[in-house]
Design a binder for this molecule. Sequence first.
Ligand code: DGL
Length: 268
Amino acid sequence: MNSNPIGIFDSGIGGLTVANAISKAMPNETLIYFGDTAHLPYGEKSKKLIREYANGITDFLLQEKQCKAIVIACNTASAAAYEFLRDRHKGEIPIINVIDPIVESLVGQRTNKKIGLIATNTTIESGVYQEKIHRRASHLNVRALATPLLVPMIEEGYANDKISHTLIENYLSKTELSDIDALILGCTHYPMIKAEINAFYQGKVRLIDSTDIMASKLKNILEKENLSCAARGAKNKFYISDSSPHFDKSAQRFFKENINLEYLNIWK
Ligand code: DGL
């Protein structure tokens, strides 16, 4: 039994899809969410810079907020900074990334052979997904495609309209993704357009995203390490490092509830 909060971070508001799944799966837990909107998008930045940002946020969540576990709710930060953070905080607290639970879910399943991956430029170029899948599920042939325009499209609220249909169709029709039988949505924004992607494939391609997989992985870890909270704790808190009415509006869509984003500059 541990009532300390769970720290969750992302480059912005995309990680709210993961935070929402965690809050549904573990309603007693208190969440502290940090969206690094001042440095968004991570998907176009170098690994070195993302590591610096992720390190600063993790220090804030541990030192200022006494978090009992850290969730990297961003594929790009998971690809660029997970190993660094894990090694830096070895033996202190669990640090969980969004990539490993997806890769683990593929181990031992034989139905899919050709698996597509869509994600930001930095995630695709890092090769982390491709390498981890090759190591743990070598029967899978991974076909990767960077889809950098999807994040701004989703953040601007384009969904179920001409613009989103055109862009999604354009990306998913590329030869890199031809004949796939499953597709990894390798960005925490993409669950927001899952239904549209599913419609493009007419339900014939299995779509894999990290939200529910991640929440059940975290639940297992907290139970195993005796870190779960038995009774409803304090209220969830949501911080962003740069504020604008734009984020407030989008945040409700991502978390599926009214939430209050507080501006907090940890980069002083
Ligand atoms: N949420 C990030 C991810 O999952 C993408 C957004 C960004 O580029 O900052 O990769």
